[in-house]
Design a protein around this ligand. Structure first.
Ligand SMILES: Cc1cc2nc3c(=O)[nH]c(=O)nc-3n(C[C@H](O)[C@H](O)[C@H](O)COP(=O)(O)OP(=O)(O)OC[C@H]3O[C@@H](n4cnc5c(N)ncnc54)[C@H](O)[C@@H]3O)c2cc1C
Length: 398
């Protein structure tokens, strides 16, 4: 039998996380999550003190970057400990504050960054002082990212960048962007790209928020007009940026926090469904009752995917098509759960107030509309299926 229980050391670590969450309750006295992945600028003024208190408490434990090695200033947690941390955070309804900084650019700099780049950026990322955004997608390049057209032309010690990015999450709150630009238009497409970083306040960078169907603006178009980027802000070699960008280091990818969160939110939905007045209740409908049964099975399968990925990481194996299976299943499951939310509230589910903030609103309609992006962001379901078919099953490319 597979034993999912904590080892004594893991149980001790879990107790430490629970004690930390108890001690930091003051930062969520209003019951709201004090975390945010897009830094202080994305936080409402009246919530800033809670955000900063939570961020500083996390930084003191080195838990903004729990997965980074201790030598680099992280907490050096094992993949199992990271999972425990994420599970407990998810149960408490709080999130970390690192965003793209700790998940993407930090680990990339750890592997490919110069000493100067590490010294300048890593401390600020680990302390949650600055927020980053990711400039990869362009209007004509999403799934086929290597076809990107934004140009960076060398001019002495600088590159001059011209072009456009799109769907750039949090660019309107970010302090810095890391991005891919074409430095050799004549080379094969993967081999003419460089990885650059620059402040969003640089002359020539302009951000145009996009409004989603939820009515919120979480992502943006970003335009570059003769933006001058010092060559010292290039990560890795010129024209090798694609491989720098594709660096996947050892950070927690099991998605266990999300799986635990799914279980928790399903249970809460069930409680709310039971508490609805008789004239509003939909629980007499078999599609709703059986929907709860089906989605509970989904949530359990998603948890098993997380345990699978975690056990691979613990054995120093890098999840490949296995991560695609988990991503695809998780995002499609979330859409199924969002449909259940709508059914639970019947016609009331269609009421929608876009003024309630994302991350704070509990509206079924918000959940439903936002979940549409789940099967696009982070690699679409079609792309995940391609990966599973080719890398997982050895089938030929279509
Ligand atoms: C909420 C959200 C946040 C995002 N945040 C960021 C961000 O911060 N930074 C950033 O750079 N990008 C971001 N993106 C962009 C995201 O990475 C792209 O949307 C995604 O890679 C798909 O690219 P695309 O939109 O250009 O669609 P396309 O690649 O044009 O795809 C269109 C359709 O064709 C399908 N398709 C494409 N190629 C194939 C194929 N080979 N086989 C089968 N089907 C295929 C796709 O699955 C999709 O259904 C975000 C997107 C969303 C939705």
């Amino acid at each position: 039998m597979v034993d999912f229980n904590d080892s004594p050391a893991e149980a001790e670590f879990r107790a430490e996380v629970q004690a930390f969450l108890e001690e930091t309750k003051q930062f969520r006295a209003d019951g709201k999550n004090p975390g945010a992945g897009f830094g202080p600028k994305s936080v409402d003024k009246d919530k800033l003190a809670d955000y900063e208190g939570w961020r500083d408490a996390l930084a003191a434990k080195h838990w903004i970057a729990p997965h980074w090695p201790k030598e680099a200033g992280g907490a050096g947690l094992t993949s199992r400990e990271q999972a425990v941390l994420n599970e407990e955070f998810s149960k408490a309804g709080v999130s970390n504050v690192g965003g793209f900084g700790t998940m993407m650019i930090g680990p990339t700099l750890l592997v490919h960054g110069s000493d100067e780049q590490k010294a300048e950026h890593l401390p600020k990322i680990m302390n949650g002082e600055i927020a980053w955004c990711q400039g990869w997608s362009e209007p004509g390049s999403g799934s086929d990212l290597a076809s990107l057209q934004t140009r960076a032309v060398r001019d002495g010690d600088e590159y001059i960048v011209n072009g456009q990015k799109i769907w750039t999450s949090g660019a309107h709150h970010a302090d810095w962007m890391y991005m891919l630009a074409r430095t050799d238009p004549d080379a094969p497409k993967h081999r003419g790209i460089s990885f650059l970083m620059f402040p969003m306040t640089d002359p020539g960078v302009s951000v145009q928020p996009l409004t989603q169907m939820t009515g919120h603006s979480d992502f943006n178009e970003v335009f570059f007009e003769d933006v001058r980027v010092p060559v010292s802000n290039r990560v890795g070699e010129e024209n090798r940026g694609w491989y720098v960008g594709m660096t996947l280091t050892d950070f927690e990818r099991s998605g266990i926090g999300t799986s635990i969160g799914t279980h928790k939110s399903l249970r809460e939905l069930l409680e709310r469904a039971k508490a609805l007045p008789a004239e509003q209740s939909q629980l007499d409908k078999s599609e709703v009752r059986l929907g709860f049964a089906d989605r509970t099975i989904d949530a359990e399968v998603s948890l098993l995917f997380s345990y699978h990925l975690m056990s691979m990481q613990a054995a120093n194996l890098m999840p490949n098509y296995e991560a695609s299976m988990a991503k695809m299943f998780g995002s499609e499951m979330n859409q199924r759960i969002s449909r259940l939310h709508m059914k639970v509230y019947g016609l009331y589910g269609y009421l929608y107030d876009p003024d309630e903030k994302p991350g704070e609103t509990d509206q079924a309609s918000y959940r439903y509309l936002r979940s549409m992006a789940n099967t696009i962001e982070g690699g679409s379901s079609e792309i995940q299926r391609n990966i599973i078919a080719t890398r997982g099953l050895g089938l030929p490319r279509g």
